[in-house]
Ligand binder design. Structure first.
Ligand code: ADP
Length: 472
């Protein structure tokens, strides 16, 4: 049994903007069930009620030079996992997790998550002594930096190991060099072998250098980030640490994402009885005001609207795609230019293209169940969850062969294309549309996908093995 403290900026059911929240919220109870001892530290954002929760630490003081940030810690529990919620209204009581409602990053994000990382060390000192601190993304990357620099001689932290998980290398926490003293770090760390990155401070880079082990969320992505094409300038650092870098695929939570038990969808179904999927499709067509019939293949898209996700390819091929008898149901929000692209498409093809600009959990489930094809043409994809959900819902994925998309989709369960071009995407979608016309072939593909098992247990075993290697 290993004692593990996870430090993360989001976790379901408390706060979520993306896959990271699913991972932290699902991996931790699975590890617990397998006998590890796990606790999670995360911020208490607006919207997380602490009413009735015990306050387990008063006046938690994080000092950065002369500045002191005073927080309280509340203890919550979810699926048996203790959560320490860091309560500091000045830092976390805001509209968004990282950005204001206009999509602009909060200017003090470096400070907010430096306080989270500093608080982790106080939790370790006073509340929960782990053998491993498992840090997620740049928001927690300062934990190993503090441990190995500021507190390098502090006996409290000797023998404690750190693992840093990269959920998306595209987000690194880049700030001007002037922040270093404000977050309690020696300005001498502003050098290329430490936190300097092309004239800026790179918090993720600090974590990559000072942590004991690193992993990312698929094997393919672990390889890709060591190349200049997908290394975001950190490929050299990652190559240097390749001996401690591994890829562990995310699992999915089938208690939430399985048409057998899904509480959001119009009818339940399974690999043994597919009948309900038609009702789900009819329900989705109705909800989105599409005018196509049940025989027309329906393509689903659920995504953050970000450059990473390959929407420029969709824009490029849309007119040619829509020459086919096909309908599109898209759900997402983010970059206004992609939001506009989808609303323009919906206006140009009324009844055939429907888009909802929103973050809508229920609709996400309905699209997974109601669509025939799921489209994910990402430029890069560390793991990706929606294509794995799609498999279980018998919604055949069309994906670009990158990162976790390549690791989770095979030729018997979906369609893959390699080059990042509109032509390659169009060819893959056309292959899917042709296969759809062959009922028996399509059914075989649906069933092959539905029988795949990407539950958390296998991934949790791999994480536990990494922890064990670290503490041995
Ligand atoms: P990423 O973490 O890059 O956003 P993933 O595919 O790993 O991509 O995870 C995305 C998660 O967020 C999935 O659980 C997906 O269902 C959910 N999601 C993304 N956008 C929306 C949306 N607009 N409405 C509801 N859920 C969404």
């Amino acid at each position: 049994m290993t004692q593990v403290l996870m430090v993360a900026s989001e976790a379901i059911p408390f706060a979520k903007t993306g896959g990271l929240a699913d991972v932290v919220g699902s991996l931790s109870p699975t590890l617990l069930a397998q006998g590890e001892q796990v606790a999670v530290l995360m911020p208490r954002y607006r919207g997380i009620s602490v009413q009735g929760l015990p306050r387990v630490y008063e006046d938690l003081r994080v000092w950065f030079g002369p500045d002191c940030y005073v927080s309280h810690l509340y203890r919550a529990e979810h699926r048996g996992v203790p959560y320490f919620l860091l309560d500091n209204p000045a830092l976390f009581e805001r509209d968004g997790l990282y950005q204001d409602p206009n999509g602009v990053d909060y200017p003090d994000n470096y400070l907010r998550f430096a306080v989270l990382s500093g608080a982790a060390l106080i939790v370790v000192r006073h509340l929960f002594r782990p053998q491993v601190i498992h840090c997620h993304d740049w928001q927690a990357a300062l934990v190993p930096v503090y441990m190995r620099t500021r507190f390098g001689l502090d006996p409290t932290f000797m023998g404690i190991k750190t693992l840093l998980t990269i959920h998306n290398l595209g987000y690194q926490g880049l700030f001007p060099p002037s922040i270093l003293p404000k977050i309690g770090l020696d300005p001498g760390l502003f050098r290329p072998e430490a936190l300097e990155f092309y004239g800026q401070v790179n918090l993720l880079k600090g974590g990559l250098i000072y942590s004991d082990a690193i992993n990312t969320v698929s094997r393919k992505y672990a390889e890709e980030i060591q190349t200049p094409e997908l290394g975001f300038g950190l490929d050299g650092v990652l190559r240097e640490r390749s001996d401690v870098l591994s890829g562990i695929l995310n699992g999915v939570d089938y208690s939430e994402w399985d048409p057998r038990v899904d509480r959001y969808i119009a009818a339940r179904y399974s690999a043994e009885d597919l009948e309900g999927k038609r009702a789900c499709k009819a329900d989705l067509i109705n909800e989105l005001g599409l005018s196509t019939g049940l025989e027309t293949p329906l393509i689903g898209i659920i995504s953050r609207f970000a450059g990473q996700k390959g929407f420029d390819l969709i824009e490029e091929i849309a007119p040619r795609l829509l020459e086919h008898d096909v309908a599109v149901a898209a759900l997402g929000s983010g970059d206004p230019s992609y939001e506009r692209m989808f609303t323009d498409l919906a206006a140009a093809y009324p009844g055939r293209v429907a888009v909802r600009i929103a973050f809508d959990e229920a609709l996400a489930h309905k699209i997974e169940a109601g669509a025939d094809i799921f489209l994910m043409p990402s430029r890069y994809e560390p793991c990706g969850l929606n294509q794995i959900y799609s498999l279980r819902y018998g919604t055949v994925p069309v994906v670009r062969a990158t990162g976790g998309l390549d690791d989770t989709i095979d030729t018997d369960t979906g369609f893959k294309f390699n080059g990042y071009t509109g032509e390659a995407l169009l060819e893959a979608v056309r292959a899917a549309l042709a296969a759809y016309q062959n009922r028996e072939q399509w059914r075989r593909m649906m069933l092959a996908g539905m029988r795949k098992d990407y539950s958390w247990s296998a991934s949790a075993i791999e994480y536990a093995a990494v922890y064990r290697r670290l503490v041995e």
